[in-house]
Design a protein around this ligand. Structure first.
Ligand SMILES: Nc1ncnc2c1ncn2[C@@H]1O[C@H](COP(=O)(O)OP(=O)(O)OP(=O)(O)O)[C@@H](O)[C@H]1O
Ligand SMILES: [Mg+2]
Length: 148
């Protein structure tokens, strides 16, 4: 599925709709250059789990932000993760999947999600100029999306 959003608010709204499609255990992988709207999208997703938008930030020193809502929600930013050792030392493998919902910025730094296929939602964001972002998603069924 592919959408265009012409404002940060529009991107948050798409995020809310994504949030309503998620189930415990889901891992949302976000891909896109600096400033394409990943954190903005996370804000929308998080709001469907009762997390206020202002709580979702992109503090450069925070790799994993944990929100003890039900299900547990993790906002993960792998921008500064350079290799497998860095990644492993974050403790990420004990948190994602299971019963929690995770949303991961710079998911390219995750490497392979060993054999996992189910519960992975991949989202690509790109800047089309003039405040327009293109958002492409895989892993959400059109039926689920349309029946919200
Ligand atoms: N259509 C749009 N969707 C999302 N953000 C937009 C849009 N148009 C303009 N913006 C602006 O672009 C910026 C996106 O910032 P955001 O932090 O969400 O990006 P990011 O991809 O998380 O960046 P980073 O790679 O630094 O983590 C915000 O300042 C937002 O207001
Ligand atoms: Mg960000």
């Amino acid at each position: 599925m592919r959408f265009r959003s012409s404002s940060a608010e529009g991107t948050e709204q798409i995020g809310q709709r994504i949030g309503r499609c998620l189930n415990p255990g889901d891992i949302v992988c976000l891909y896109g250059d600096l400033g394409t709207g990943k954190t903005t999208l996370v804000r929308g997703i998080a709001s469907t789990f009762g997390i206020p938008g202002r709580d979702i930030t992109s503090a450069s020193f925070t790799v994993i932000a944990e929100y003890p809502v039900d299900p547990f929600f993790y906002h993960i930013d792998l921008y500064r993760i350079r290799n497998r050792d860095d990644l492993d030392s974050t403790g990420i493998w004990d948190l994602i999947g299971g019963a929690s919902v995770s949303v991961i910025e710079w998911a390219e730094n995750l490497g392979e999600l060993s054999g996992q296929r189910q519960g992975i939602i991949s989202i690509w964001l790109s800047d089309c100029g003039e405040g327009v972002r293109e958002i492409t998603m895989e892993g959400i069924h059109a039926d689920t999306w349309n029946n919200l």
